[in-house]
Design a protein around this ligand. Structure first.
Ligand code: URP
Ligand code: ZN
Ligand code: ZN
Length: 519
């Protein structure tokens, strides 16, 4: 027999056969300090059938629960990675991580949900591309997932498909590229149409902000100098081109009164454009990524081609070594809001497609497994953030922006049991030799980070305990992201009603020049 349950949030829950309801479905996390975005408090957390059933002191627990001793540890909402490209065809090849290996790695690092891109490079059908990605994830993902759909142009069909995706398919975010000329890039006119359509539908336009036309020019210039190695990638994508495009996207969003989400903010000046946009009142969300928060662009000058190419991503890591700390400061202050990884990995033999031409190196770096520990170490370990802010920028803010809060991003009664017992005292050294990401390079190689996940619980199941993984392929669920997230759209809606009024004045009745005669 089956028991059907509704969570207190009225979300349908998978039916669970009653006979398997036993210890494996009941977990008691005892004696830890619960961290939500707004407070830290001492409490036990009781989990049953995939949900958080109770949070409090000295809970009365039915027998047969697995007890996890969390003394001296934090109990935090599982991470949400807002920016992954698993199982994605990009720059002529396919990412090394698929939904299985990628989500396994995510869980190993304390991330319990990924938001993955759908890319229909052939511009055939967004819906088909979405369904294809979704079926792959259904079969393979070990943790929950949602999708952002990339738009490479705008026309009637794209508009209709956006409507279907938002109103019927659970998608509330679309990405456009201002770079990758003659491949993914959209022009400003199409970007305006996308922003307006997103606003109408209650979806969030996400922007890859770099000036693709100027990059194209710079690439020619750098190649003419005889530079073919990965340093050419950095040299042909100056920071000013990221800042200019970021500012342009924010300016356009401001004028059409749409929100805008800047993905992978990689430089000081682009981050500054986001802060200024916020100060001018634009609803702009800035997303730095683990790579940009913890490493820098000096690697592009490394003598080893494999090492250098392993860091190629767009926008590039910056040469200014104080950039990561600066981005962390803005993330701590609230100017930047949440974090992803842009996890989009290619093995060395794939990177080698660009061995003689930096512009052909598939773009992308790792991070889905490393993000939580790297941000804890560089953010909390440096005293820039407290644990509450860490939870906000690694989980809660993403849940709010994409309208799945408090189902995700929160430790409270009725929320999904995506929970991490976080050990602030243990360190680990990141290495390709021990990571779970299915790629032969790690941009954080050798970095020692203090603060690691001790136990990871996904959908109410212990999936990682002291580094030992017990994931199950296909256990992850598609999470619909509903339209009109309040966190983003309340301000937009209000402002739509605040229009300038015309000046009432007497009609001008004097002479008007006759152009047919004058000319
Ligand atoms: O280099 C990157 N960022 N790869 C993923 C695709 C994109 O541009 O976001
Ligand atoms: Zn991008
Ligand atoms: Zn090397």
């Amino acid at each position: 027999s089956f028991s059907e349950e509704k969570s207190p949030l009225s979300l349908p829950v998978k039916k669970i056969p009653v006979h398997i309801k036993s210890a494996q479905n009941r977990i008691l996390i005892k004696g830890g300090r619960v961290v939500n975005h707004d407070r830290i408090f001492h409490a036990d957390v009781f989990i049953e059938d995939g949900l958080i059933k109770d949070v409090g002191d000295n809970l009365m627990i039915p027998g047969g629960a697995k007890v996890i001793d969390a003394k001296g540890k934090y109990v935090i909402p599982g991470g949400i990675d807002t920016n992954t490209s698993l199982a994605l065809e990009f720059m002529g090849t396919r990412t090394a991580d698929d939904f299985y290996s990628g989500t396994k790695a995510a869980l190993a690092g304390g991330t319990t949900m990924v938001m993955n891109f759908v890319l229909d490079a052939k511009k055939k059908s967004l819906l088909d591309a979405f369904e294809a990605s979704k079926s792959q994830a259904e079969l393979n993902a070990c943790c929950d997932y949602a999708f952002h759909v990339c738009l490479l142009n705008f026309n009637d069909q794209v508009g209709k498909e956006m409507e279907t995706l938002v109103n019927q398919k659970g998608v509330n975010s679309f990405k456009v590229f201002m770079a990758y000329k003659d491949y993914l890039m959209v022009n400003d006119a199409d970007m305006i149409k996308v922003f307006k359509k997103c606003k109408e539908l209650g979806a969030i336009p996400m922007v890859h902000a770099e000036n693709g036309d100027v990059i194209d020019e710079c690439q020619k210039k750098i190649k003419n100098l005889g530079i073919t190695g990965p340093e050419g990638h950095l040299l042909s994508r100056p920071e000013s081109l990221e800042a200019e495009a970021t500012n342009r996207a924010i300016t356009i969003a401001h004028e059409v009164n749409s929100p805008v989400y800047i993905v992978h903010v990689m430089s000081k000046s682009a981050a500054m454009a986001v802060s200024e946009g916020k100060r001018k009142g634009t609803v702009v969300i800035g997303e730095p990524i683990a790579a940009g928060l913890a490493t820098d662009g000096t690697h592009y000058y490394n003598k080893c081609w494999r090492h250098s190419a392993g860091h190629v991503m767009s926008p590039p890591l910056r040469e200014d070594v104080s950039t990561p700390g600066y981005l962390m400061d803005l993330l701590a202050s609230g100017d930047l809001e949440l974090t992803g990884t842009d996890h989009c990995v290619f093995n060395t033999n794939q990177k080698a497609l660009g061995k003689d031409d930096f512009s052909k190196i598939p773009n992308g770096v790792n991070g889905v497994e490393d993000r939580m520990t790297v941000i804890w170490d560089r953010g909390v370990g440096t005293g820039k953030m407290d644990p509450c802010r860490f939870v906000a920028v690694t989980s809660t803010n993403a849940a709010k922006v994409f309208n799945i809060y408090p189902r995700k991003g929160y430790i409270g009664k009725g929320s999904d049991a995506d929970v991490v017992v976080w050990d602030p005292d243990t360190s680990k050294t990141i290495s390709v030799k021990t990571h779970h990401q299915a790629v032969d390079f790690n941009i954080f190689e050798g970095m020692t980070c203090q603060g690691v996940p001790m136990v990871v619980i996904s959908n109410g199941k212990v999936v990682c305990e002291e580094g030992n993984l017990h994931v199950s392929q296909g256990a992850g669920r598609f999470v619909e992201t509903p339209a009109f997230p309040e966190h983003v759209f309340e301000r937009i809606k209000k402002r739509d009603g605040l229009n300038p009024a015309k000046v009432d004045r007497e009609v001008y009745t004097g002479p008007v020049v006759d152009l047919t005669k004058e000319l």
